[in-house]
Design a protein around this ligand. Sequence first.
Ligand code: HEM
Length: 600
Amino acid sequence: MAVSLGHLHLPSTMSSQPQLRRVAGNGFWVASRISCSSSNGRVPEPAEEKRRAELSARIASGAFTVNRTGFLSQLRSGLSKLGFPAEVLDILFNWVDDGGDHLKIPEARGSLSALRNEAFFVPLHELYLTYGGIFRLTFGPKNFLIVSDPAIAKHILKENSKGYSKGVLAEILDFVMGKGLIPADGEVWRVRRRAIVPALHQKYVAAMINLFGQATDRLSQKLDAAASNGEDVEMESLFSRLTLDVIGKAVFNYDFDSLTYDTGIVEAVYTVLREAEDRSVSPIPFWEIPIWKDISPKQKKVNEALKLVNDALDNLISICKRMVDEEDLQFHEEYMNEQDPSILHFLLASGDDVSSKQLRDDLMTMLIAGHETSAAVLTWTFYLLSKEPAAMSKLQQEVDLVLGDRFPTIEDMKRLKYTTRVINESLRLYPQPPVLIRRSLENDTLGKYPIKRGEDIFISVWNLHRSPHLWDDAEKFKPERWPLDGPNPNETNQNFRYLPFGGGPRKCVGDVFATFETIVAVAMLVQRFNFEMALGAPEVKMTTGATIHTTEGLKMSVTRRIKPPIFPTLEPVLRVDPSGSSSHQGKALPPKGEVSSTHP
Ligand code: HEM
């Protein structure tokens, strides 16, 4: 029986797991009921539902379940054959299990064919509903522990974070990030984290609000042209360009201007990004095979692109070094160069004692970490909003009331409360990335199970965020689940059932940056346009790399908004402090349809 707790906090490992029972006589573990989840916060299509039902049936039939061997299992099987009732054996063997140190993690054997054509975290959700908050998934010689339990996630990410490394992730990303902050472990990570975190200080993030506004304004110009011509737009690729332009300026003061031009460097960045994503989901590391590496045209292209990007970064580092040398520098905690407020400038001005290679690795890491993640959040937010017109109109009411026709300012970030909740909820349904990867550096105990050093672990944020045991209406897009006047939801106040930016010492360094970036983009776009799924647009399906992508893009039709007059007595939750609004320094938007000349 899948346990529906229907409340928010889940204190113990045991209670988060559906009850498992062994089928008498065969020693298999099965769940008594498998609930089939809809995905995307929407009602699944019939074909998808049928495929899911088949997968659920295969899981329930034990097609993925590993036969337990060993003395206890054989004893149980023998007793069962002698006619002992299953219920009695359950009680007896669960009791024996609880006391012993032989306890085995439930185990499922994955078949690659079952996972084909599917974002891999979706079948993991089905397996979670059957096998519980921790299980071992075996693929041929490889196996992984899949963790979907808040208490175990907290243990790995926070309480015993020193006992875990980035493992397989560091191996996959080595070619592009080297020892950058995401893959780095141990002393390198500690030193780099200490150097980088101060660069994202309050004054810097506040300065970024203008940058977010200017970049979104450029996107608006594109949408405006599409609206005039009655053309549909593919929003996923536009969001990817928007966030690339933002992160280039924010991290190393480079204007990709990818919303306007398709330059060689933009193409090179995408080649490298796609390769990183392909490698993260490839079952066989082709790129490590010596001859393949040299003859594969794809690998050749990747190496050329990587060289182009690395050379560009090296060049930006030397330009910035020259700027810093010529500056009359007075470095302090909230230091920021007005002409170049980038993270790179801060790091060099701080006298950060670091090799150029390490600095490049860190810049590349932030470029990748801060680009696709924010783009994916925007893509799925607009997808969800297109399915919930009521949420969209509530959002537009708030934006009209708080911003009117202005650009957003830093003060608006706390006033755009419903906008923030929409993003919180989008991040719950579509966490980016959907799994966190770790490797145990020493023997440990996860929940009630002992594990050995060297275990590869996937913490499924997708499962945590969509667990029917942890959330009411887990699959539903409900920004209202987060009270407007409550705290911003995070891993701490949600006791690790909600991990949009990870948790513990390796939590995202760009969480506030990214939250503001997405608030500004969402607010400015819905302020100016209405969005709907385009007529005849392909069904929006998921595929995965490091983040969740659509398979065929997010095709939308965009129309300019004709705004109703603003009545200040809308719903009380949307009312803003009138004294605050008069002090806004925000810039007025150009009249609808006109193009602003503001460029970074
Ligand atoms: C909505 C956008 C973003 C999301 C959803 C997101 C999510 C995450 C998550 C879940 C982690 C933890 C990974 C783990 O524990 O394995 C992480 C780490 C990280 N993120 Fe973000 N991120 C976003 C934006 C950004 C931005 C804009 C930057 C840079 C300015 C950034 C830089 C980093 C870095 C450097 C780490 C590694 C931290 C460490 O290991 O010490 N992220 N991010």
